[in-house]
Design a protein around this ligand. Structure first.
Ligand code: SF4
Length: 179
């Protein structure tokens, strides 16, 4: 079979062998999507979805100067799903709120990720047997990272964010749930 060798992009711009050699040695061409992922992983914009105490106890503490989530580029909390790429579900999800959770998730444009923060968002938490509580937000929407705790420590919140970062950089990463 005749295999056609693909030309390096610089060979379409010049036939000067010195320039071609220099460019091939100095410039590495990466897929554009990899470059986007590199930038995305360091500037995620969260859509804060505080439903109960987790938002106050864990999330706000992680955003304050002591833990300083801004170090990682994740601090630009948005009030609109149209300006966000990560949905943070912090707190108890009730069946009454479920349609709004799903609608807001659908309004976030792709690519998007979801963090279930706290045992209520993961599994219903202390209210799991209540008739009105959804036993985990992953029954409604896909979840990419789980942050356990009631409420989670700010360090755990940061670790959850880093899971999303690693997942963007390497989609093969399997997230761990720590008890
Ligand atoms: S997991 Fe605990 S702290 Fe978080 S919303 Fe539920 S009851 Fe509140």
């Amino acid at each position: 079979m005749d295999v056609k060798k693909t030309a390096h992009p610089v060979e379409e711009l010049t036939d000067d062998p010195v320039v071609i050699d220099q460019v091939k040695r100095l410039i590495h061409i990466a897929p554009l999507e990899k470059l986007f992922d590199y930038c995305r992983a360091r500037s995620l914009w969260p859509f804060g979805f505080g439903l109960a105490c987790c938002a106050i106890e864990g999330l706000m503490a992680a955003n304050m100067p002591r833990f300083d989530l801004a170090r990682f580029g994740f601090e630009v909390m948005r009030g609109s799903p149209r300006q966000a790429d990560v949905m943070l579900v912090c707190g108890t999800v009730t069946w009454k709120a479920a349609p709004f959770v799903v609608r807001l998730y659908e309004q976030i444009s792709e690519p998007k990720w979801v963090i279930a923060m706290g045992s209520c968002a993961i599994s219903g938490g202390p209210f799991v047997d209540s008739y009105h509580v959804v036993p985990g937000v992953d029954k409604l929407i896909p979840v990419d990272a789980y942050i356990p705790g009631c409420p989670p420590r700010p360090e755990a919140v940061i670790e959850g964010w880093l899971m999303i970062k690693n997942k963007i950089l390497d989609p093969k990463v399997v997230n761990k749930i720590r008890g």
